[in-house]
Design a protein around this ligand. Structure first.
Ligand code: NAP
Length: 283
């Protein structure tokens, strides 16, 4: 079977074109949208991601500042900064980067981000609103999976989707978004018994684990759709996903590439959220 590549670049370009127009209109009306990235680590991968977000924002006409609190910042200091930015009317969107300092959990601090500025949907309030079907920002990565499927005309309603991974930032919010699309959802994790049997029963498999090559052809039934959220460092220093593309290709009907699948759509949706947050603040 031919395996279609579910690329995200075209969708990201379309989203970005619209975001750029909306950001320009906002800039004319009262100043450009402003995103602040809060960093409390010295992790090179996080630094690379911050740089890529700054470049993406710059291309779209979104002001993007970074507040670096240092890798030994306390939970109190991080909460205080997030509260300050949440109260600042000149800031429309706030994103907290991970990893956080040792001993500080995301749940210890993310609640200090005001829901209307929480453009990556990380706070417990944002996750709760998503679970309850109320308006708010879903985590961009989870939303990117649904938008990628929509763009490639992959139906979700009534279909069985297996999500591998149950983190608060990807797996759980994705399960809620898929339920909202009327999919039948199975959420798998490290304690799932016989993962290949569970995922092989699904029409769509989403891998969001963080382990290179975990999902192989043995985890996927003939003709299934596979969406790879994973980003792992490959043997040559490049980025590889959670899916062993070699063994899935030829068996699956479609597979999203890494890089070039979920990733660019995630960034584009984040920037769209920044514009939406700014529009809402000015409405
Ligand atoms: P995480 O917080 O580490 O969660 C990983 C999840 O995978 C956990 O629920 C864990 O189960 C489960 N898991 C671990 N080993 C497993 C196994 N052998 N079988 C089945 N499930 C297993 O990771 P995350 O933050 O959700 O990120 C997941 C991946 O997505 C990472 O590669 C990350 O880099 C990537 N990501 C990509 C983007 C993007 O834009 N493309 C954005 C965010 C994240 P337990 O709950 O039982 O521990």
């Amino acid at each position: 079977m031919d395996t279609t590549s579910l690329t995200g670049k075209e969708l990201a370009a379309a989203l970005n074109a619209e975001t750029k127009q909306r950001a320009a209109a906002l800039a004319e009306q009262g100043g450009a949208p402003r995103l602040v990235l809060v960093v409390a680590n010295d992790d090179p991968a996080s630094g690379w991601y911050v740089g890529s977000l700054q470049r993406a924002a710059g291309r779209l006409g979104i002001d993007c500042d970074t507040v670096d609190l240092g890798a030994d910042a306390t939970a109190d200091a991080i909460r205080a900064e997030l509260s300050k930015l949440s109260a600042d009317p000149g800031v429309h969107a706030v994103m907290l980067q991970t990893p956080l300092p040792a001993g500080v959990g995301l749940d210890d601090v993310s609640g200090a981000i005001a829901a209307e500025k929480d453009v990556d949907g990380v706070s417990p309030l944002s996750l709760g609103r998503l679970a309850a079907g109320l308006p708010g920002f879903p985590p961009a990565t989870a939303e990117a999976v649904v938008e990628l499927a929509r763009r490639h005309d992959i139906p979700l309603a009534g279909r069985h989707v297996a999500v591998v991974g149950r983190s608060n930032v990807v797996g759980k919010p994705l399960a809620h978004l898929l339920l909202a699309e009327n999919a039948t959802v199975t959420v798998c994790h490290s304690r799932t018994t016989d993962l290949p049997a569970v995922t092989s029963a699904a029409d769509v498999v989403v891998a969001a684990v963080g382990r290179a090559g975990l999902i192989t052809g043995d985890h996927v039934r003939e003709g299934a759709v596979v969406i790879d959220v994973g980003t792992n460092e490959g043997p040559d220093g490049g980025i590889v996903g959670d899916v062993d593309a070699a063994s899935v290709t030829g068996k699956a009907a479609a597979l999203s590439p890494v890089p070039g699948g979920v990733g660019p759509v995630t960034t584009a949706l984040l920037m769209r959220h920044v514009v939406q947050a700014t529009e809402a603040a000015r409405a």
